[in-house]
Design a protein around this ligand. Structure first.
Ligand code: DHB
Length: 316
């Protein structure tokens, strides 16, 4: 059974790795990822300077998923530059997530990352929902276009963008047009739908503290939107732009569904946070089992081959 996949010129042993966010901020967390069966190492979105992030509690789980308003706590880009470089011996793709507080911060970081010949790719985050006073760039198409233009000019390696979820076909069309002219190599969809609210009835309180309890939603609840965004962008994007799917993946079947919808690779966020680094081995094994049961020996035999439900005579 062959689970190998590529992202531009980068080779992955299998299509499952970590989403930026959970458990990829500290030296210890990055080392644990390196030792795990994650097929790549993606670091926490970084800013120019170190940030402590929002007040706690700022990440909580509930029955259908998770809510977070971390506020970009990270060690500053130079830390990730050094830490990722030190993990080269693990021989898996090294990807940095970049999420500057401004375009000029991004420009500074991208110039620095461009000098790193060991770095495999950058995922430019256009969709952080949790920084107070900073709207999600991905919902402003003109601003997104500008950020991508600058990033493409400054970083010559494999470049992707992490997008927020879209919910309207007109918005998919508009963003696809921007992406098709941007020169980016991949898109990652979706970031957490922003500004959900989860309430604990017993304490009559919000689950998290920042922003009066509003935060990004992850986990099972968001899978239909992750799938729809992958599917729609696969239909609208130039074929050379690859897609990484993320949102609610917790089983081999979830991975399979994302690949069927058109994803080339997938990332795991909430379920990684819940289960720890053993999850990558489990998901790769479950995908392999599922493929065996369906008599598939290669991902290309089913990738992007989702069928639409056929007509029926009765019922809804
Ligand atoms: C944070 C959350 C995100 O969804 C993201 O893309 C970047 C940062 C955060 O709150 O730290």
């Amino acid at each position: 059974m062959n689970l190998n996949v590529s992202l531009a010129n980068i080779k992955f042993d299998h299509p499952v790795f970590n989403a930026s966010g959970p458990l990829c901020t500290t030296k210890e967390e990055l080392l644990a990822l390196a030792r795990s069966n994650s097929s790549a190492i993606l670091s926490k979105s970084c800013t120019l300077e170190k940030r402590d992030g929002n007040p706690k509690p700022r990440y909580k789980e509930f029955d259908l998923g998770s809510i977070n308003s971390m506020g970009l706590p990270n060690q500053g880009y130079e830390f990730y530059l050094e830490e990722l470089e030190s993990l080269q011996e693990f021989q898996k793709p090294l990807i940095a997530s970049v999420s500057g507080m401004s375009q000029s911060e991004n420009a500074h970081m991208l110039r620095a990352f461009d000098k790193c010949n060991w770095l495999d790719a950058i995922e430019l985050n256009l969709s952080c929902p949790n920084v107070i006073g900073k709207p999600q760039v991905g919902y402003d198409f003109q601003e997104s276009k500008e950020r991508m233009r600058e990033a493409r000019a400054l970083y010559r390696g494999v470049l992707g963008v992490k997008l927020p979820p879209y919910f309207d076909f007109a918005h998919f069309l508009e963003m696809a047009e921007v992406l098709n002219q941007s020169g980016v190599n991949f898109v990652t969809c979706i970031n957490s739908p922003g500004n959900g609210l989860v309430i604990d009835a017993d304490s009559e309180s919000t689950l998290i503290r920042p922003k009066d309890g509003f935060g990004g939603i992850g986990g099972k609840l968001i899978k239909p939107f992750g799938l729809s965004n992958v599917r729609k962008f696969r239909e609208l994007l130039n074929p050379e732009i690859q897609i990484i799917g993320v949102g609610g993946i917790a089983s081999g079947t979830d991975v399979f569904e994302y690949l069927l919808a058109g994803a080339d690779l997938v990332q795991v966020g909430t379920a990684f946070m819940q289960e720890g680094s053993g999850i990558f081995e489990r998901l790769a094994t479950e995908l392999q089992e599922l493929m065996k049961n369906k008599n598939y020996s290669e991902i290309s035999q089913f990738q992007n081959q989702l069928k639409t439900a056929g007509p029926v005579e009765s019922g809804y």
